[in-house]
Design a protein. Sequence first.
Length: 387
Amino acid sequence: MKPTFQSKLPNVGTSIFTEMSLMAHQYGAINLSQGFPEFDTPDFLKAAINQAINEGKNQYSPSSGLPDLLHEIGQLVQRCYIKDESRRLDALNTISITSGATEALMVAIQTLVRSGDEVIVFDPAYDAYEPGIELAGGSCRHIAMNAPDYEIDWSEVSKAINDNTRAIVINSPHNPTGTLLNRNDLEALQRLVLEHDLYVISDEVYEHMTFDGILHESVLAYPELFERSFVISSFGKTFHCTGWKMGYCVAPEALTAEFRKIHQYVTFCSFTPAQFAITEMLKAEPKHIDDLATFYEQKRDVLVNALQKSRFKILPSKGTYFLLLDYSEVSDLNDVEFCHWLTQEIGVAAIPLSPFYQAENLSKVVRVCFAKNEDTLLQAAEILCQL
Ligand SMILES: Cc1ncc(COP(=O)(O)O)c(C=O)c1O
């Protein structure tokens, strides 16, 4: 008898990123769909990883990460977010190195979520949150953020909280909308979390990419909120090396201890040579991170300026390397159909927003990625301006 296999994730299929990238490849379209840099990781980092490998630093690291790397990340966090000199982050006991932010998200979710728990997520939501929550036996309570501002309505969040609510997932700078949470948002979140005894997973992988002089509001800057949070970041984003799958999670000591119990059985430790290389990069090249916002802001501006004469309405991108385009003057198709048409017939691949929503979303908005070389951005814009 053939076994009848019951899926634990019956609603999960091929992600929209995979689908659109495959289609871009198949039709030879300029790929502004998937979010990864077209340019290479810095030479310093490439040399450092080669050196680590050649020097034989190829065995398991401590499960939570190399102490030197934890120390360097601690210094970075301290420099970026902790203005109060008396507040010292104990890097060795609060930071864990993970195989990408993806692993950190999955482990944080498994650490927190129990059977029957509800977790609030904001749509459009990055696609990694819900499967992890379901695997842990929990469920998502989706709250929509809508065009054109994609702001969180905190009174709606307050109404959604019930006895089963365990945690809230936030993501700022936000993929796919390019919006940022501000101080008022973080304060509203903190009030709710303290009042209802909740936890937070804060996905901050684009933390160093904020534009127009606006600084990133990290949960790490709010001591009371941090006491209940897992803050997650990605070296893949920061150092243009998404394929290395290197990330980390910062959480208070007690939560970190629980996080590490699961991390050690998911992967034990992350790629050791990359840990050595990133340690050196953080020590020797702090300018890379300091310059990252300007680097991406220039790319955003190249694309935005080149699209000025198009019929797309450009929504403001305040962070990340994504930009939303409202195509309602260009086409009546829904966003999935529009992206298929754009890729197949016009030669530019973008990502529709509706797959990021649980509820039906009829807005005519697509996401493009500007982590590309200037030539690619100009070429794509020239084609889009003809529509
Ligand atoms: C919002 C968000 N979180 C997490 C990740 C995953 O990061 P990593 O590649 O380090 O696993 C991504 C990658 O695209 C992302 O956009």
